[in-house]
Design a protein around this ligand. Structure first.
Ligand SMILES: O=C(O)c1ccc[n+]([C@@H]2O[C@H](COP(=O)([O-])O)[C@@H](O)[C@H]2O)c1
Ligand SMILES: Cc1cc2nc[nH]c2cc1C
Length: 366
């Protein structure tokens, strides 16, 4: 049965999206935050990546006093037609089941977000069935994508509309006072769409960037790699641009995440990236709107093999290396308490002067 599409806000065309110009972060503020860290009584660069990440947040927001008190994780839920090809352990009905669990605040990310003091915003951007799930924001573009082995997953218009949903969410959340957002997703089959996109974007062999997702057998993995390889050849994807790769083998969740990343850059909201699905969206966003990556913070590398190549292409390092493969935004949410702890030190401002010790000198250049 065809799903009735709901008309949604739609402002951009593909051409307009490709002409978005991303402002530069504020380098003076980054420098000032790094200087403030050096005055605090601790070894030089003692908090490592947390010093540079908080300086990045300063450069994004333009504020030396860093406030990430109001935070949220956005979980974009969507189905993938490619699941028909048995590239995942379960069927598409699991996407809606987990979305219901998120709405009821039971799922893994919900438990973690509660500890982190983050709000949970589940979004239906393309779950396959028509059910309105109470507590899930309805931004459905269509009921799941098409099977990309047979035809492109999305049309240009659907892709643009899904990206617009992500951008619009950042705009409204900024208006509501949110200071930092984490990316999350839920969608059976989205490690296959992510791996297909990663192979095409990075122009690398499919097995190098294709893993077992939520849990496949060795045989299942070989089949998944074969399916992705066939699609890459069918659409000649090594020769295609990022937008075409997204619409052909991506998903509505990934397109929405691309929009979240670009929205973060436009509205100057730091975006914390979760695992492989968010990382592929981040690289796509950077290719469509260069400069976007300056507004993105990494969290973890995870178990999917594509993650480390995507991080390298983004010229970023993960903070956590915990072999996670959960999704929902769990890795990104883990960053919130870590950043809160680092910022507690930053704002406490216990200086070398306070403890009557001569300030340590930095011998390398900032
Ligand atoms: O974030 C990751 O690195 C990650 C790795 C493996 C699985 N997942 C989650 O598991 C689902 C996709 O797995 P699969 O095997 O159906 O492609 C999807 O809902 C993701 O949130 C997520
Ligand atoms: C139960 C379950 C929860 C998930 N959360 C993200 N992806 C998932 C996949 C499954 C199968």
């Amino acid at each position: 049965m065809e799903c009735l599409e709901k008309p949604i806000w739609n402002k951009y065309t593909k051409e307009e999206l490709e002409q978005i110009s991303i402002p530069k972060p504020m380098e003076e503020v980054r420098k000032q935050v790094l200087h403030n860290w050096d005055v605090i009584a601790k070894p030089i660069d003692g908090l490592g990546s947390f010093e540079t990440l908080t300086a990045q947040i300063g450069a994004i927001t333009g504020e030396e006093k860093i406030d990430i008190s109001k935070k949220a994780v956005l979980i974009l839920c969507a189905d993938n037609g490619i699941v028909e090809e048995n590239i995942s352990q379960s069927g598409q009905e699991v996407t809606a089941a987990v979305a219901r669990s998120i709405a009821g605040r039971h799922s893994s990310v919900c438990q973690m977000a509660e500890v982190a003091g983050a709000d949970i915003i589940p979004v239906d951007i393309g779950i396959q069935n028509r059910e309105e799930i109470h507590g899930v924001l309805n931004k459905k573009i269509r009921c799941g994508t098409r099977n990309f082995l047979k035809e492109p997953a999305m049309t240009e218009e659907e892709t643009v509309r899904a990206m617009a949903v992500g951008m619009e969410l950042v705009r409204t959340l900024k208006e509501e006072g949110y200071r930092i957002l984490a990316t999350g997703e839920m969608g059976i089959g989205n490690t296959a769409t992510s791996s297909a996109m990663a192979a095409a974007l990075l122009k690398c062999e499919v097995p190098l960037v294709t893993g077992k997702g939520a849990g496949l057998s060795e045989k299942g993995l070989l089949h998944k790699q074969e399916v992705i390889g066939q699609a890459i050849r069918k659409y000649d994807l090594y020769e295609k641009d990022a937008f075409t790769i997204l619409e052909t083998v991506g998903g509505l969740d990934i397109a929405g995440l691309v929009g979240l990343c670009i929205g973060g850059a436009i509205y100057r909201i730091p975006i914390v990236l979760d695992g492989v699905i968010s990382l592929v969206a981040a690289l796509t966003a950077e290719k469509i709107a260069p400069g976007t990556k300056e507004y993105l913070l990494t969290s973890h590398q995870g178990k999917e093999p594509a993650a480390k190549f995507l991080l390298k292409a983004l010229e970023k390092e993960a903070v956590l290396n915990a072999h996670m493969a959960l999704g929902e935004g769990t890795g990104a949410v883990m960053m919130f308490p870590l950043l809160d702890m680092a910022l507690r030190v930053y704002h406490a401002e216990t200086t070398f002067f306070d403890i009557q010790v001569e300030q340590y000198q930095r011998f390398d250049k900032l």
